[in-house]
Design a protein around this ligand. Structure first.
Ligand SMILES: N[C@@H](CCC(=O)N[C@@H](CS)C(=O)NCC(=O)O)C(=O)O
Length: 133
């Protein structure tokens, strides 16, 4: 995998997170090397609490030590911060890009949340008390 000179990427996530997998896929498609740190959501690390104080959720991507939260924001950031690495994650045509974003929203609302909700009901200790499930 290509590493961008001087850039250090670290992903904080957990193995079952579809949102973390989304970021892993983007990094891998771009050919960017990164350090992976597994988070234990039943005993959240200081790193997670400090880097995502609003939601306290994974994934969090650290780029040269700066934290980014929310998987789609991270994916868009990867695209913008590394335009020359690997293929573009979205089509260049604005209409095609809008269509791709439509399907991202569809998958987010209709597909991703179901296995996630099931997992949350099995392992409630991994999810916030005020989580929407
Ligand atoms: N909208 C967030 C969702 C992230 C999310 O729900 N992460 C779960 C793991 S799959 C989490 O960290 N849960 C911990 C909690 O709810 O306290 C994103 O896209 O990054």
């Amino acid at each position: 995998m290509a590493s961008v000179l001087g850039d250090e990427l670290k992903l904080l996530s957990t193995w079952f997170s579809p949102f973390g997998s989304r970021v892993k896929l983007a990094l891998q498609l771009k050919g960017l090397s990164y350090e992976y740190v597994e988070e234990d959501l039943s005993n959240k690390s200081q790193l997670l609490l400090e880097s995502n104080p609003v939601h306290k959720k994974v994934p969090v991507l650290f780029h040269n030590g700066k934290a980014l939260c929310e998987s789609m924001i991270i994916v868009n950031y990867i695209e913008e911060a590394f335009p020359d690495a690997g293929p573009s994650l979205l089509p260049s045509d604005p209409y095609e890009r809008a269509i791709a974003r439509f399907w991202v929203a569809f998958i987010e609302n209709k597909v991703l949340h179901y296995p996630h909700a099931l997992f949350a009901s099995i392992y409630p200790q991994c999810y916030s008390r005020f989580h929407r499930y």
